[in-house]
Design a protein around this ligand. Structure first.
Ligand code: FAD
Length: 279
């Protein structure tokens, strides 16, 4: 097996250009599980962990930029104040060991319906920046994730960062699983209340092949909210939760039934909104 171990982004894209079919390795918390189960048999690997540029983040100005190698541990410490919703999602991922190794770029790269950072990134309408020897291109997350564990990444490309506009207002992340820790979600929810643009945005994980934005529910509650008091009538909160549950496209699997997932979306939608209004 050939393993390239670049230390700069330029070296990384050059290594990929030289081995366009090479597989990308970040923290290895998904990658190595697949190797161990025999589902992945790499012959060429570009290991990104030493690329310091990919580990940086910036929250200055109007745009947030997170390098692909930013770990869950960084999200829950260094970025907790700037991005409380994403930090809350990071706190629910795996164990401390997984959070030290696992990266946001790996979560986006795997594109699992249960990826815990994905609902937050969907709610803030993040862009995924893809770098290659030919330059960079930028895709909205909604276009980058094309299906369950399917993405629009091309040979020779790597995710260098995710970017999104800074949002002022309450943020929530809720996750339901079969236990309280070390668990893949049965359903999860991220909510971002954008006070300046008077928009409530939310997305759900594990209830569709891709992160699900209930846009009708978002539009309804954004109109119904009393923005000066950041409050809503109880009927409007109920209607929002019903619209969100109606938008879900859940399946039944070993973690939960479609009916339970739809019910969970309704409960989480109401809870996330209520907490945001009280925040
Ligand atoms: C015990 C355990 C518990 C877990 N718990 C959770 C959980 O609660 N929630 C959750 O969401 N996930 C969980 N995971 C899954 C995993 O930790 C995350 O998906 C993590 O974010 C993967 O990141 P990584 O850096 O380890 O990626 P890797 O495993 O190195 O790579 C994952 C995939 O992304 C690709 N990739 C990596 N970096 C890039 C890049 N820069 N550009 C393009 N493609 C790239 C790889 O080629 C690979 O296909 C768990 C895993 C384990 C083993």
């Amino acid at each position: 097996m050939t393993v390239a171990r670049p230390t700069t982004l330029d070296e990384a894209v050059d290594a990929l250009a030289a081995m366009p079919d090479a597989q990308l390795l970040a923290g290895g918390t998904d990658f190595m599980v697949e190797v161990n189960f025999g589902h992945r048999r790499p012959t060429e690997v570009v290991a990104l962990r030493r690329v310091a540029e990919l580990r940086s983040h910036s929250t200055d100005g109007d745009e947030i930029v997170l390098g692909a190698n930013v770990t869950y541990s960084q999200l829950q410490t260094e970025l907790a104040e700037a991005l409380p919703g994403l930090a809350a999602a990071a706190r629910t991922v795996g164990s401390p060991q997984i959070r030290n190794a696992g990266t946001i770029g790996g979560n986006v790269g795997t594109a699992s319906p249960a990826g815990d950072t994905l609902p937050f990134l969907a709610a803030v309408e993040a862009d995924v920046v893809l770098a290659s020897a030919g330059g960079t291109r930028c895709l909205p997350l909604a276009d980058f994730i094309t299906g369950a564990k399917q993405t629009a990444i091309l040979p020779g490309e790597l995710i260098s960062e995710v970017r999104f506009a800074d949002v002022r207002g309450p943020q929530q992340f809720l996750k339901v699983g079969t236990r309280n820790a070390m668990v893949i979600s049965i359903a999860c929810c991220a909510m971002v209340v954008d006070i300046d643009r008077r928009r409530v945005r939310c997305a759900f994980g594990s209830v569709a092949a891709r992160p699900l934005r209930p846009t009708e529910a978002e539009d309804f509650i954004s109109e119904a909210l009393d923005w000066s008091a950041l409050d809503a009538e109880a009927d409007a909160v109920d209607r929002f939760a019903e619209l969100a549950a109606g938008a879900a496209e859940p399946i039944t699997d070993h973690r939960g039934t479609a009916e339970y997932r739809r019910h969970t979306v309704k409960v989480m939608a109401r809870r996330a909104l209520t907490r945001s209004l009280r925040a």
